[in-house]
Design a protein around this ligand. Structure first.
Ligand code: GLN
Length: 287
């Protein structure tokens, strides 16, 4: 990279370089990394295409490009990821929040009005992205985020503080329901690990930086759903709902796991923007 680089030319170059490394989101990633170095919004890049980069900017950018080319994700390089419009701190102890998980949050928001007072239990909260973005967008709601990993909870707690939500959220170190005190929630939410043994053999390079504990859902990927379905009714109000993220092709099996407990009816299955049945909502029957 010479000193003749402009914002426009270096983005073009990096896009080709990243594409050659098998990175799908090459252009977007280049823009995010460059806007980070320049401490500007992405939109700035478009309005300053011909602006030259100075030596320190180029050097800093080059470091980030090297990391991304080694297939470290942008989220891990920057230590943060945007989810539902909020910036979440992430590290190797939590699953990087995925765009498709926003569908879970949006599905719940459809049923909880802006001034609603629902309570949420988020199982396997990780960075806290699900419960915290819901609390940020629904200012009268409260939530509990549960994780088996104390290291993950430290990240969630930090995110809760940054979003100013500490008053309305409780963090609990627990293997699913094991250490959750008896309570009746309006919603149980989870994006549990759901990859199969087979899936784990074929992870994209970036996904290898996510904790395996947050990915692997047992041989058939459905083990955590079975455990959640078995325990959920005891922690839900009558007519309360359990909304879970599903892996591709898993939604029908998950719905059956819940309905076969006898305590739930299937309320809805919601597709993500890629047309995959991504969110399964089951409702606790009246007693
Ligand atoms: N969606 C994740 C992936 O694509 C898997 C996350 C999970 O198991 N909940 O790797």
């Amino acid at each position: 990279m010479s000193n003749m680089w402009t914002i426009g030319s270096i983005l073009t170059w990096t896009t080709q370089y990243f594409s050659g490394k098998g990175i799908d989101s090459a252009r977007l990633d280049a823009e995010i990394l460059l806007s980070h170095v320049l401490q500007k919004e992405r939109i700035y890049l478009y309005a300053h295409y011909d602006e030259p980069l100075n030596g320190p900017e180029l050097a800093a950018y080059r470091e980030l490009v090297k990391k991304r080319a080694s297939r470290l994700s942008v989220a891990h390089i920057l230590g943060q990821r945007s989810f539902m419009g909020f910036d979440f701190t992430i590290n190797r102890h939590v699953l990087v929040p995925r765009p498709e998980t926003e569908m879970l949050v949006e599905t719940v928001m459809e049923d909880v009005p802006t001034d609603g007072t629902a309570s949420f239990l988020d199982l396997g909260t990780g960075s806290g992205a699900i419960v915290l973005s819901l609390l940020a967008l629904r200012p009268h709601c409260t939530g509990t985020g549960v994780d088996i990993s104390a290291d993950a909870l430290a990240v969630a707690r930090e995110n809760g503080e940054k979003l100013g939500l500490t008053e309305r959220v409780t963090w609990l170190e627990s293997d699913l329901f094991a250490a959750v005190p008896p309570a009746s929630y309006d919603w149980i939410l989870s994006n549990p690990p759901y990859l199969t043994k087979e899936d784990m053999q074929h992870l994209e390079p970036e996904v290898r930086y996510d904790p395996p504990q947050a990915l692997f859902g047992g041989d058939d990927g459905l083990e955590l759903y079975r455990r959640i379905a078995a325990g959920a009714a005891a922690y839900l109000k009558e007519n309360g709902c359990c909304a879970v993220e599903a892996g591709a092709g898993q939604s029908q099996a998950i719905a059956r796991i819940f309905t076969e407990t006898g305590a739930f009816t299937l309320k809805k299955i919601v597709k993500d923007y890629g047309g995959i049945e991504r969110v399964v909502v089951c409702q606790r029957k009246e007693c």
